[in-house]
Design a binder for this molecule. Structure first.
Ligand code: DGL
Length: 291
């Protein structure tokens, strides 16, 4: 089992940012990536549809013998993680919890912004996750009776102030490679102007594509706002889960990476290079079936 690959899936190319981070932090692990390019975007679809798509993809990857599934797509994590965890016998890691944890570590003022697709924002998953982590942290510290008790206890859950905003045009901009030109800047300004006025100190980039616009977003938000990209913390979580279950691959063989798509691979290979860098040379066509 240790030598089995990690499965990573996304609605398209975006999840390659998460895969890149996993391969960087876990260079010995084999991976299989699936981009559901025939049905992208997930971000504007209903919960029922995204859950159905996610179960089909998970069934395909499970048949290839993956030892852990990473749901790299924020929208699929927001809508389908519970169902996937219930149905699969392997561990499932989404991007919402690692992103929420990273946001809580970064914030000093408890004023956090979340941006993502319409589905992710509508689901309220990041807000729920942040609030529940904060509640647990407050309770645990209170129960342990630590000396910081008072300080933590003062920060009550209802004092977290979270602002959310869907930024649907960021996805096509990132895919087009328009991440730092005038159009990108105007679009970022248009979506984020309101958040900027709310004096947040942390902004969660809650979509696979947004890290590509990081520089433009940073220049609009200013240097005092920490930008959270969940790819890094998701890879840390993958490592933690594998270790905990005794599934880390310690074989000296060179790790291999397979890529699947549900539509013809040309565009995936061309656009994917921007997200993954070198090492994305070929992709196979996947035929998905209802599980
Ligand atoms: N991968 C999606 C996400 O992170 C963005 C693209 C889409 O809408 O499918 O939410």
């Amino acid at each position: 089992m240790k030598e089995n690959p990690i499965g990573v899936f996304d609605s398209g190319v975006g999840g390659l940012t998460v895969l890149r981070e996993i391969t960087r932090q876990l260079p010995g692990e084999k991976t299989i990536y699936l981009g559901d390019t025939a049905r992208v975007p997930y971000g504007i679809k209903s919960r029922e549809t995204v859950v159905r798509y996610s179960l089909e993809v998970a069934a395909f990857l499970s048949k290839l013998g993956i030892k852990l599934l990473v749901v790299a797509c924020n929208t699929a994590s927001a809508y389908a993680l519970t169902e996937l965890t219930k149905r699969l016998s392997i561990p499932v890691v989404g991007v919402i919890e690692p992103g929420a944890k990273a946001a809580l570590r970064a914030t000093r003022t408890n004023r956090i912004g979340i941006i993502g697709t319409q589905g992710t924002i509508r689901s309220n998953s990041y807000v729920d996750e942040i609030n529940s982590l904060k509640r647990n942290e407050t309770r645990e510290v209170a129960e342990r009776g630590e000396k910081h008790f008072d300080r933590y206890f003062e920060i009550r859950t209802d004092e977290m102030v979270i602002f959310t905003k869907a930024c649907p045009l960021f996805v096509p901009l990132a895919e087009e490679g328009w991440t730092a030109n005038d159009v990108a800047r105007l679009t970022v300004e248009h979506y984020l102007k309101g958040l900027n006025e709310e004096k947040i100190d942390t902004l969660v980039l809650g979509c696979t594509h947004y890290p590509l616009l990081k520089e433009t977003i940073a220049s609009v938000m200013g240097k005092d706002v920490a930008l959270i990209d969940s790819a890094e913390s998701t890879a840390v979580e993958v490592k933690r889960v594998l270790k905990e279950r005794g599934l880390l691959n310690d074989s000296p063989d060179k790790a291999t990476h397979r890529f699947f798509v549900t539509d013809s691979p040309e565009r995936f290979l061309m656009v994917g290079k921007r997200f993954f860098g070198e090492g994305l040379e070929a992709a196979e066509l996947a035929e998905l079936e209802a599980p």
